[in-house]
Design a protein around this ligand. Structure first.
Ligand SMILES: [Zn+2]
Length: 455
């Protein structure tokens, strides 16, 4: 994919100093426990409500700087208490998501949405402590800072599809803020094509940790979609598509974008997205899963190596060890690199045409097909893609994590007839997994879609 110089310029504007300012400001609210929204005794300028006001103010400032290009939204609702002995919300609690919408500049594309999110709530050792120091610098002021940095950078661009910059609350009590937003997106039939969740992207800097990698970020994606019915799961396994969920194709779009925009970059800005083929870190969860549950593609970005001494801990010294999610352990250059990767992915996906539809292996069946070592694929352009969209065929060996080959459909001899494209390649679908991506004239690629047996 060629580098789009307009996007590259926007990425260059993402500033570690600005990110430091955002994270320090959020830490300054002392404790951003979602439960603090109900407290009446907090000193002014502390607690999660003050943090929500500040984030809203930041989005409004960014909107003012781009001539009102962002719609700033504040969604406040009452979360019902959880059930059971481990409930982390025990009384009706006010939750607020704060977000901003950059409407697509192309009326035929503006219904399409790409979303970036981080949670702005924090916690210390006790879920119920809404007063003690809970800086949450890495978890997850860093992720909230990515959303704000992306809004700042991309509000300077005209992107055909819509981008939504989100900060949610309630993550620490059970993903409540993201669940509310994902359910709303489903109910309101948002054409939400991709969700990028940033949680713990601070590049934890603990003195003595020799194994942290400041140029790698993990990208987690589900294998079989959380929303798949038992029948759908059965079909996915029958086709050998257990590593080809829409979320995983999104993760591959992230690695492709990462290679395009940072491989040639100076060391300061280079970052490598590392594919992690599981829903989240081992036995842990995050906000992208709320969107996965509702059937949306979503991935999670997390730093290379986490340090539990600096997550969910009361700030304290113990046997000479400093505990607490403190500002001093965040690497702002690293957060800026992760923000650039996110912004590049958002910009590329919002510039590319929508992914193709009806991607199929036409009927005929492998057994009776004379050309068993050839593969024919058909697809149609999404109606919103327009007539100028081009297509690309990608494939990989069945044991390869990422696409290995790509060829433009035109070069492969694809023919279009009444809106349906057909191509035949001398490669057996027994041995590889194929995908089709849409692209515009400038080369921005969509995520890939794998073919299913046609009828
Ligand atoms: Zn978190």
């Amino acid at each position: 994919m060629p580098v789009d110089s307009t996007i590259a310029r926007a990425l260059a504007g993402i500033s570690p100093v600005q990110i430091q300012h955002t994270i320090a400001a959020l830490v300054g609210f002392r404790n951003r426990s979602t439960l603090s929204s109900m407290d009446k005794d907090l000193p002014p300028g502390t607690g999660i409500n003050a943090a929500a006001d500040w984030i809203e103010g930041q989005f409004k400032q960014i909107a003012a700087d781009c001539g009102g290009c962002l719609e700033v939204k504040r969604d406040t609702f009452t979360q019902a208490p959880g059930t059971g002995p481990n409930a982390r919300v025990t009384q009706p609690t006010m939750l607020t998501n704060v977000y901003a919408i950059l409407r697509g500049s192309d009326p035929s594309q503006a219904q399409r949405m790409i979303l970036v999110t981080g949670h702005y709530d924090s916690r210390d050792s006790s879920n119920f402590d809404s007063h003690g120091e809970a800086p949450g610098a890495n978890d997850d002021a860093s992720g909230a800072a990515v959303s704000l940095a992306c809004a700042r950078a991309l509000s300077k661009l005209k992107l055909p599809a819509t981008v939504v910059f989100v900060t949610v609350a309630g993550e620490e009590q059970g993903l409540y803020g993201s669940k509310h937003l994902a359910e709303m997106a489903k109910q309101e039939s948002w054409q939400l094509e991709a969700v990028l969740n940033n949680d713990i992207v601070g590049g934890n800097t603990t003195p003595g940790d020799k194994f942290q990698d400041k140029h790698a970020v993990r990208v987690f994606s589900e294998n079989v979609p959380a929303s798949a019915t038992p029948e759908e799961t059965k079909r996915i396994l029958a086709l050998g598509y257990e590593s080809d969920s829409p979320s995983r194709e999104l993760a591959r779009a992230v690695t492709y974008t990462g290679r395009t925009y940072t491989d040639a970059a100076p060391l300061m800005t280079r970052i490598e997205p590392v594919l992690e083929f599981r829903r989240d870190r081992f036995q842990r969860g995050g906000d992208h899963s709320s969107f996965n549950e509702e059937g949306f593609a979503g991935v999670r970005f997390t730093e290379w190596r986490e340090d539990f001494n600096h997550q969910h801990q009361n700030v304290r010294m113990e046997n000479g060890v400093q505990y607490g999610d403190l500002l001093q352990y965040v690497d702002f250059d690293y957060v800026a690199r992760v923000a650039r990767l996110n912004a590049a992915t958002l910009a590329v996906l919002a510039s590319a045409p929508p992914a193709p539809v009806s991607v199929k292996y036409p009927p005929g069946g492998p057994v009776f097909d004379n050309s068993i070592n050839n593969t024919t694929i058909t697809w149609a352009g999404s109606p919103a893609a327009g007539t100028n969209a081009k297509y690309e065929i990608v494939w990989r060996e069945t044991d390869a994590p990422d696409w290995q080959r790509a060829i433009l459909a035109d070069k492969a001899g694809a023919k279009q007839n009444a809106g349906t494209w057909t191509v035949t390649l001398p490669v057996s679908k027994d041995n590889v997994i194929f995908g089709i991506r849409a692209m515009d004239a400038a080369g921005h690629r969509s995520s890939a879609v794998v073919p299913v047996p046609g009828r």
